[in-house]
Design a protein around this ligand. Structure first.
Ligand code: ASP
Length: 584
């Protein structure tokens, strides 16, 4: 038996019993005639004690040679400490060691294995197995497990069954590129790794499985954005014989259960907002509604006043920054620089101070009098003491810019509290989205999403206006889940694919299997998928997902520990019938 107890469980009530512990050496304090060693495992830290009077000489000598992260096993007696450490649960006791076995030595770790480490990101990733020994990472992984477990329990209790779907498949379009896997046995042919199990879960509905879920890896070869992982985990769900309302209720139930179970937070019925309203009021389809600062559209009150910047803009829109009138001129200039950064891209910013005495002072006083500015304040909801920030330009762009400013200011004002949870359903997304690069419509969600009833006819005349039976679940400004009611008949699916620019042959080649299945009694169905990594991070009060993933990739999609991706040797290339055509 390697251990009788773990390093987190001994208390004063265990005094005088013989125990065996095993773990890593956190640190050694050698006082000559007595030696203290902190022994660590997953469960905690226990102090080991050696002393000249009570311990054999050889034992003292071995203890003296211990280094950080050595793996050891000790036998000894639990005794109450003379000076207790109230900061750790085992702080009342220590082990008077009678036997010490060094199970394995350790090189000096490249960074300190402490809650606050001196290791930078790259180093921590390269030695991730050491990083995982640190409490913050270890606790995040335990936390993730708890969330996943709560999800499984809740859905299983509700009659869902977890079904595994294959990883070696053909492309499932979710808007990213596929990772492909060459097939050795089928020369010149490739599998794609699933961007999601979308088509398979729909086929499970045709197969009568009726309530499916799966905690599943998905793979998307996207240009990497900060805090995105090329492989990530979804809680993927699908139900048959349901309407949108059923899906919303079921997964609102799941989310409410998680908030209660994991965070001890009770949340009322989740508010719902139309996509169009989210864009109008927050400039964003995943608004953070923990705080106000809603957009006020100023076209009616700010145009036609000789100020050409506004007159030529498609949209003039502002927000009231609470207490913002206290900003100095310098601070406001900095804010203007902030919105002009390429990442935000505004050309400039107009502002208006709302003075305590009810007067206004704007950066465009030449064009607007006090009455005009009072209207700005009314539309943006600004009160005395606030600052109104106004951007103008192309509607989509300016909304995105002001949304970025809103989030930045809320962050600075401490309005994004991590212990506050504000879920929100955003509904009725557009079915199609215009893509500037390819100059074509794309499915905003995916091609299997059904249009709202009665809107199919609009596809020809006003494709951009067709709304989808699609919904997102937003939590604190993050999209944590998204789904839709699906098309479940072949004719509609064919029309949809045609509008997405697929020829009949292409549609057949890519999605023939699904369209065929629709001809064998496909039930009405719909579903949703949650991003587990992000959900866990938000429930854990953090916004970066990386520490909730055991072995994440870095921002260039690399695993720096195992050094992947990596070239493969010629023999393997040949077997796969691949020829490299490298430019350099
Ligand atoms: N497959 C979708 C996605 O990954 C989710 C869904 O529609 O259920 O976003």
């Amino acid at each position: 038996m390697y251990r009788s107890h773990n390093c987190g469980e001994l208390r004063a009530t265990h005094s005088n019993i013989e125990v065996t512990l095993a773990g890593w050496v956190q640190g050694v304090r050698d006082k000559g005639f007595m030696i203290y060693v902190d022994l660590r495992d997953r469960y905690g830290i226990t102090q080991l004690y050696f002393d000249e009077d009570q311990s054999a000489k050889a034992l003292m000598e071995t203890a003296q040679k211990l280094g950080r992260e050595f793996v050891i096993q000790v036998k000894g007696k639990v005794q109450e400490r003379t000076s207790k450490n109230p900061n750790i649960p085992t702080g009342d006791v220590e082990i008077l060691v009678s036997e010490l076995n060094v199970l394995n030595g350790s090189k000096t770790p490249p960074f300190t294995i402490e809650d606050e480490t001196d290791g930078g990101d790259d180093l921590r990733m390269k030695y991730r197995y050491l990083d995982i020994r640190r409490n913050p990472v270890k606790n995040s992984l335990v936390f993730r497990h708890k969330v996943a477990q709560a999800v499984r329990n809740y859905l299983s209790n509700d009659g869902f069954i977890e079904v595994e779907t294959p990883y070696l498949i053909k492309s499932t379009p979710e808007g990213a590129r596929d990772f492909v896997v060459p097939s050795r046995m089928n020369e010149g042919q490739f599998y794609a790794l699933p961007q999601s199990p979308q088509t398979f879960k729909q086929l499970l509905m045709v197969g009568g499985m009726d309530k499916y879920f799966q905690i599943v890896k998905c793979f998307r070869d996207e240009d990497l954005r900060a805090d995105r992982q090329p492989e990530f985990t979804q809680i993927d769900c699908e139900m048959a014989f349901v309407e949108q309302e059923d899906i919303l209720n079921t997964f609102e139930g799941l989310t409410r259960h998680l908030l209660k179970e994991i965070n001890g937070v009770d949340v009322d019925k989740f508010p719902r907002m139309l996509y169009d309203d989210a864009m109008r009021l927050y400039g964003n389809d995943k608004p953070d509604i923990r705080f106000g600062m809603e957009f006020g559209e100023l076209n009616d009150v700010a145009k036609h006043k000789d100020f050409n910047v506004f007159n030529s803009a498609e949209l003039v829109v502002g927000i009231a920054v609470p207490g913002g009138n206290s900003y100095t001129r310098k601070e406001i200039d900095k804010l203007i620089d902030w919105v002009k950064r390429p990442q935000v891209g505004a050309l400039g910013m107009v502002y208006c101070r709302c003075n305590e005495d009810g007067t206004f002072k704007s950066s465009v006083d030449k064009f607007y009098d006090q009455d005009d500015l009072a209207k700005w304040a009314e539309v943006t909801g600004a009160k005395a003491g606030d600052l109104i920030c106004v951007l103008s330009g192309n509607t989509n762009k300016v909304r995105a810019q002001l949304s970025a400013l809103r989030m930045e200011l809320a962050e600075r004002l401490g309005l994004r509290k991590s212990d506050e949870f504000a879920p929100l359903w955003v509904m009725d997304f557009p079915l199609l989205e215009w893509d500037e690069d390819t100059e074509r419509y794309h499915a905003m969600h995916h091609p299997f999403t059904s249009p709202k009833p009665g809107q199919l006819e609009l596809l020809d005349s006003k494709p951009g206006e067709v709304k989808a039976n699609a919904y997102d679940l937003v939590l604190n400004g993050n999209e944590i889940g998204g789904g839709s009611i699906r098309i479940h008949d072949k004719a509609t699916q064919a029309i949809m694919l045609k509008h997405l620019g697929f020829s009949e042959e292409e549609a057949r080649a890519q999605f023939g299997f699904l369209m065929d299945a629709f001809e064998y009694g496909a039930p009405p169905h719909g579903g949703i998928a949650f991003g587990l990594d992000r959900l866990v991070a938000i429930l854990g009060g953090q916004e970066t997902i990386r520490d909730f993933i055991a072995f994440p990739k870095n921002n260039s999609g690399r695993d720096v520990m195992i050094d992947a991706p990596a070239p493969i040797d010629d023999e393997q290339l040949q077997e796969l019938n691949l020829k490299l055509n490298l430019k350099s």
